[in-house]
Write a protein that binds this ligand. Sequence first.
Ligand code: BG6
Length: 510
Amino acid sequence: MSAATDAIKSEPTIFFLFGGTGDLTSRKLVPALYNLYIDGRMPTHFQIVAMGRTQYSNDAFRDVLLKDIKQFSRKRVGQAPPETWDQFAKHIFFQVSDINNPQTYQEQSERIAEFGKICSGEPNVVYYLAVAPRFFSTIAENISKFKLAANPEKARIVIEKPFGHNLESARQLNQLLGGVFSEQQIYRIDHYLGKETVQNILALRFSNSIFEPLWNRNYIDHIQISVSEQLGVGSRGGYYDESGALRDMIQNHILQLLCLVAMEPPTSFQADEVRNKKVDVLHSMRKFTAEDVKKNAVRGQYSKGWMEGQELPGYREEPGVAPDSNTETFAAIKFHIDNWRWHGVPFYLRTGKRMHQSSSVIMIQFKDVPHLIFPSEAIEGWQQNRLIISIQPEMSVRLQIQAKRPGLDMTLNPVDMIFDYNGTYTGDTPEAYETLLLDTMLGDQTLFMRGDQVEAAWDLVMPILNAWGGKKSISFPNYPVDSWGPETAESLIAKDGFHWFTLPLKNSRK
Ligand code: BG6
């Protein structure tokens, strides 16, 4: 994101999409590249080579993609001039391949050489691993063996989450990749970091002078980060049952949000400056003992129930899920950050599937006024000031203040000063993957996770994973579809005198 201005075009790039026939390629990656193309952000010379075992010709594969583009692209094909897709599609190729077969890598090497001739120079080469983690090592080893990543300035590897299953496997994966690529070549994706509203957290904090003096334990009471989803696990039961909410959402997306909220100001917008400050936050977070897990972490699993007139299965009835599964579909955790800025300020994190609302919100609650001068009848709707950063579906920043309600009496109630993206800006907002793929081409790692960051995040959640994995929950399932999670999640925050914040949303259902 940092380097991307209209004036900057990326250098010639060849993408190899491992997992070329998978969902991610057709729903996210190719639509994102197509949108970049429509916006004039693709380099003059580029190739997208989808890799897979299916016997597609280039044309047959392009037709398959076109159908998906029509369904998933932000800028639908109909809105772009008709010839745009045809022009874009000429850059797409399908390579019938098997990751275990040396010929696959030989062919890649030839393609790179051929492409280099077309663009008269050494192109950027991006290996995008949109495949299950068990294939990472084979691919990385072959890339090394065939010397396909020899130039650290040009070759890059993009790794999708999950990056490891626990601290140990994340370390092993880092070591494996480190044997083939230097850190500057490794792009670990956390798609939350590409979201427009998430990038705006940095802008809000570090391009406005009014927040920083208040952004600390002297003025902030507590912080909540809540990512709730109405969706269940759908067809991903097999993956999810091995994962759970803590691995799937908290270890990565939600801790990344927390880092952006809690980090110290970086000295510049350079990738490692930003990433250093983020990893400092993770290192400052208080590690849980087994006793802390009992006190400060709550897990839940949904049971069947009704949502919008439809009866939905409980988690244990979902396809691919064990009938006696101990996997959590909800987690709520209270963390502390032990540093000068945040000492004593609790951070409450919550996420869950099949919840009442789909919304991702960060709520920063400020301390109460030191002395109340108004009579009790004036302050019935009293609310401490709040800064509410709504990531999705509403994209907004709200500053909640007290105001005098118009009338002859002095009556106070909370009102919102709102910055709403839709009201302020016109035009589409780029999808997270557009930003992240553009940054990959530009060689900007600011929005990607560094190896030490991923390990620090795993390190933090390990005591909770161990406690939950080692002890079967006797209360599962413990929250119905279309609720706000288990009652114990309410108690977690209520015992400190707070409530979970929810943003009243119009049309929040998705
Ligand atoms: C993914 C998780 O990383 O993020 C999914 O694996 C989750 O389980 C998804 O649904 C949420 O992403 P978004 O962008 O829809 O909030």
